[in-house]
Design a protein. Structure first.
Ligand SMILES: *[C@@H]1O[C@H](CO)[C@@H](O)[C@H](O)[C@H]1NC(C)=O
Length: 291
């Protein structure tokens, strides 16, 4: 049976490392790292994510600035808020919780954040840095960075291995594939038009599932001993649960864990890592601002 990759434990260990660094930095009289969290509208799921992120900041001593805006805010008004945060020296990281209401162009909003405060790593400059191996300081997108961190902390070899990334989103699939390439893996990116998907996945030593389809990846798709990182968070009906649903990943975990060498559960796998990397990036931004 597979090693279950404990993202919660690794995430907690990273938070503890950050807490110690923030404490040292504060003791030296440095400005406290600050993260601005911009929430537009009143989506319940977004509010939950924002609350989790703020709670994690509190735990490690990162100061949060909440900017809560109405769903019908105009594009120009939203940009004004971002500009204010861009020039605020006590704010080192700016997080705009996605998705935004439909009338706001997410791409243009994200592009407005100055790249050095783009702790989500979604600004085009930061994504481009991954592709061109830029020497400029940049921020790596949190979810793919978290996946890589899990592979590293579980000592899963990457160089020379076959990695298959299922999904090509700007937030996960594309940066993930570039990060694995940079680590000298042989990388294949699959998507909805890929043919012989199962056969391609069966070649993989490392599978990153970020396709947003509940339990799509079956045990029969996996090479024996493969490392499986499941980025998916999907709600499926479950009458045995009080809420009437439960969360599952993009991988059929129960079956897959019998074949895989290592696998992340959902929840408790990649999720906690994404927050840990957000805080890592915020600390990094604060440290760079001191230079
Ligand atoms: C990848 O391989 C190149 C040689 O082609 C090497 O210089 C580089 O250090 C390797 N990258 C990593 C992250 O190991």
């Amino acid at each position: 049976m597979a090693t279950i990759i404990d993202g919660k434990a690794v995430g907690d260990a990273i938070l503890e490392e950050i807490r110690a660094q923030v404490a040292t930095s504060s003791a030296a009289g440095q400005v406290v790292p600050g993260l601005a969290v911009v929430l537009v509208g009143d989506r319940k799921d977004s509010a939950t994510y924002v609350r989790m992120k703020k709670k994690a900041c509190e735990k490690v001593g990162i100061r949060t600035v909440s900017v809560t805006l109405p769903a019908d805010i105009s594009f120009d008004e939203l940009l004004k808020h971002i500009d204010t945060l861009n020039t605020d020296a006590t704010v080192h990281g700016i997080l705009v919780q996605l998705p935004l209401p439909a009338h706001l162009n997410e791409e243009l909003v994200l592009n407005r954040i100055v790249p050095e405060k783009d702790v989500d790593g979604l600004h085009p400059m930061n994504l481009a840095s991954l592709a061109i191996k830029s020497k400029l300081p940049y921020m790596v997108a949190c979810t793919p960075a978290g996946c890589l961190e899990l592979l590293d902390r579980y000592k899963i070899p990457i160089e020379g291995k076959r990695a298959v990334v299922l999904g090509r989103s700007r937030i996960v699939g594309i940066p993930m594939s570039l990060l694995l390439l940079e680590r000298n893996a042989t990388v294949t990116v699959c998507h909805s038009k890929s043919q012989n998907l199962e056969a391609v996945v069966r070649e993989a030593d490392i599978v990153i599932a970020c396709c947003g389809q509940a339990q799509m990846v079956k045990a029969s798709w996996l090479k024996h001993g493969a490392a499986v990182i499941d980025v998916g968070i999907n709600a499926i009906d479950d009458a045995t649960k009080k809420a009437g649903y439960r969360l599952v990943g993009d991988v059929d975990f129960e079956q897959a864990k019998e074949v895989a060498g290592a696998i992340t559960p959902v929840p408790g796998g990649v999720g906690p890592m994404t927050i840990a990397m957000l805080l890592t990036n915020t600390l990094l931004a604060q440290q760079r601002s001191l230079k």
